[in-house]
Design a protein around this ligand. Structure first.
Ligand code: SIN
Ligand code: CO
Length: 373
């Protein structure tokens, strides 16, 4: 899959000069981009239990927000102007959305979050705000006016149901037409307003806070650490105050806590699990009448297998991570599965290892991969 054109920049130049540093407007990144779905299809997805959606309406200078799943009724009484519908993880539903994301493979998959699509009639938008994300805003249907600012003032309107800047000082602005794209680094103030009926595709890259990484790593350690021994005090001395936590107890517990150790392998495993763990609303559909392993392998050799659209797969040193699970594998198995992770699909060759066959069959039964149709 080829990379999306970056205004004549090579991916290396983009990473060096723009990524996480400054915005970049790319006119005609995808010539004749028609969008991937219609307004009605987006509304239908917003009504489904498995998606995360938001409907935002501006009325008399007030912002109203409703979280999905939405119902048809939510769409019947909408004003003519100034509302917007946002639906996350469109790549879990449309193969074409995953293909679009694959054009951003010059950024590591470990950083990729999802494709969000918005629809708005004239005047619609989510107001001026910051995101803690890197985002590529690709224009689909219609046109949108983007205003951006490197301002430091990040104060928010206090009583709004979404994060909207109290003061916005636009420094640059453009109208984006179908196929144009704007890259924004995290914490760059922006405001996009629909010029007419408009759909925008946000390719978002996850940037966890240090707090989140640390607390999630502690959860990983809790599940994976092995610490032996019991607290013991055969030399216990009489204390003046029986309610006091004594010095000897403090010393002993601090020695015990020094047993908390981790290495690079733990950090890799933590990241692999953390970054591929399905979110709580994501469920995999298992095949209703699964093929036998030999029939599955026969088909996988003829037609190939694809990652299910909801699967998240990453690889590390001799290790494969699939939807929060860890697999330590042989070199040959690793080579083949790493290709599956990179390309989201592979055709099996005849000489693949028994280990690979077993893993792939289990993934097929779990609904993590599907036979290419
Ligand atoms: C939108 O598509 O309306 C919002 C995208 C954004 O500002 O992050
Ligand atoms: Co934004």
């Amino acid at each position: 899959m080829r990379n999306i054109p970056l205004d004549k920049l090579t991916p290396q130049e983009f990473l060096r000069d723009f990524w996480q540093k400054k915005p970049l407007l790319i006119r005609n990144a995808i010539p004749d981009f028609q969008g991937l779905l219609t307004r009605d299809a987006l509304m239908e997805l917003a009504c489904c239990e498995e998606t995360q959606s938001r409907l935002i309406i501006q009325r008399n200078k007030k912002w109203l927000l409703k979280y999905g799943p939405l119902s048809e009724r939510d769409f019947t009484k909408l004003p003519k102007k100034q509302w917007t519908l946002l639906v996350q993880e469109i790549n879990h539903f449309l193969p074409s959305a995953r293909d679009l994301l694959m054009q951003f493979s010059f950024i590591p998959r470990a950083r990729l979050d999802d494709l969000m699509v918005s629809y708005a009639p004239k005047g619609g938008g989510v107001g001026p705000h910051f995101d803690s994300y890197d985002v590529f805003l690709l224009q689909g249907l219609g046109s949108r006016r983007w205003q951006i600012s490197a301002q430091r003032d990040s104060r928010l309107i206090a009583d709004a149901p979404l994060k909207i800047l109290q003061n916005f000082y636009p420094e640059q602005e453009w109208v984006l037409q179908a196929g144009d794209m704007l890259y924004l680094p995290p914490n760059y103030a922006h405001n996009g307003v629909a010029e007419d009926e408009c759909m925008t595709y946000s390719i978002g890259f996850r940037a966890p806070s240090h707090y989140e990484l640390v607390t999630q790593f502690l959860v990983y350690l809790q599940d994976n650490i092995e610490v032996k021994g019991w607290y013991a005090d055969p030399d216990l001395q009489l204390q003046d105050h029986s309610a006091e936590i004594g010095q000897a107890m403090l010393r002993q517990v601090s020695t015990i806590l020094e047993k908390i150790k981790w290495d690079q392998k733990d950090i890799q495993n933590f990241l692999g699990i953390y970054l591929t763990e399905p979110k709580s609303h994501v469920f995999f559909e298992q095949p209703e009448h699964p093929l036998t392993q030999s029939l599955f392998l026969h088909k996988a050799r003829r037609k190939g297998v694809l990652l299910d659209l909801k699967s998240r797969m990453l690889v590390g040193d001799k290790t494969i991570f699939m939807n929060g699970e860890v697999y330590k594998v042989s070199v040959d198995t690793y080579k083949l599965l790493a290709r599956l992770a990179d390309n989201c699909g592979i055709v099996l060759d005849l000489k693949c290892t028994e280990e690979t066959e077993k893993i792939l069959y289990q993934w097929y039964v779990n609904g993590y991969i599907v036979i290419e149709s």
